[in-house]
Design a protein around this ligand. Structure first.
Ligand SMILES: [Zn+2]
Ligand SMILES: [Zn+2]
Length: 273
């Protein structure tokens, strides 16, 4: 099995060291594990977004993170777990230039792009859930998927994480959102980014993998490649529900996923996982 999305204590809202994650991966049959810690955010954003100091590793820790993952990779070689160096970036306009500069400093295997912010609002933070009341759901989804497409087109990421994160606290629009899914799939295909099948949604109020079958099927029709990630925030969630991710991929018509090494994709058949 592969798990291309986990966090450690360094982002200040997860727990566990890289070594603990590698040990958990070995126990669970995860043979490829990518650390995708939240890349440091620009100082201006940390100032302006309430709660942002707890969303990503501090700026001065990036080099330590890279070194720590390298040490975990050595443990992984002993335990039969291939460890990849990744980062999850906030691919929103106010963070993109900063992310690009940081990504150039280290030899990342993969970059995962996310939209966690709408303007100054971290809409996936339960502490700020009250702000959903300020939006009409249909308009919120339009805005989110617009920003997601722009993030994909930024060219910074190899794979877009939890693509329908906006459903986290439920409340999908009453009307069809097919047009949003189709335009997201079109943007991903044109940008050449992959889509992540992220099982953490199963552990959230929406109780559904990100993305939904409808969105993943739209991605498949446009030949957007896929990855699998648990988005674990503790070692106990490494590889969580990966069999459900594979089942969803099969349902959407996928026969393979991809793994990135040195930012180069390589296909792996679902039957090989
Ligand atoms: Zn995320
Ligand atoms: Zn994450």
């Amino acid at each position: 099995m592969i798990d291309l999305h986990v966090h450690t204590w360094r982002c200040r809202h997860a727990e566990g060291t890289p070594d603990q994650y590698v040990a958990a991966a070995a126990e669970r049959g995860v043979s490829v594990l990518a650390f995708t810690e939240h890349l440091p955010l620009p100082a201006a954003l940390v100032q302006s977004v309430p709660g942002a100091a707890g969303y990503a590793m501090p700026a001065e820790e990036l080099a330590e993170y890279v070194a720590e993952v390298a040490r975990a990779a050595a443990l992984g070689r002993e335990l039969g777990v291939e460890v990849l160096l990744g980062a999850e970036i906030d691919a929103v306009p106010q963070a993109r230039d900063h992310a690009a500069a940081l990504l150039a400093q280290h030899p990342f295997d993969l970059v995962s792009g996310s939209v966690h912010l709408i303007d100054e609002w971290a809409f996936d933070d339960p502490a700020h859930r009250v702000r959903y009341a300020q939006w009409r759901t249909a308009e919120l989804w339009e805005r989110y998927f617009h920003d997601l497409a722009e993030a994909a087109r930024s060219g910074l990421a190899d794979v877009m994480a939890h693509p329908d994160l906006i459903k986290k606290f439920c409340g999908a629009p009453e009307n069809s959102v097919t047009h949003l899914f189709e335009s997201a799939a079109e943007a991903f295909a044109e940008a050449g980014v992959a889509v992540e099948v992220n099982t953490s949604g199963l552990r959230k109020p929406c109780r559904e993998i990100y993305p939904s079958l409808e969105l993943l099927s739209a991605m498949r029709r446009r030949a957007v490649p896929a990855t699998i990630g648990s988005d674990a925030h503790c070692p106990g969630d490494v590889g969580a529900d990966s069999s459900l991710a594979v089942a969803l991929l099969e349902q959407a018509g996928y026969r393979s996923v991809i793994v990135f090494r040195a930012r180069v994709p390589e296909e792996v058949g679902l039957h090989e996982l």
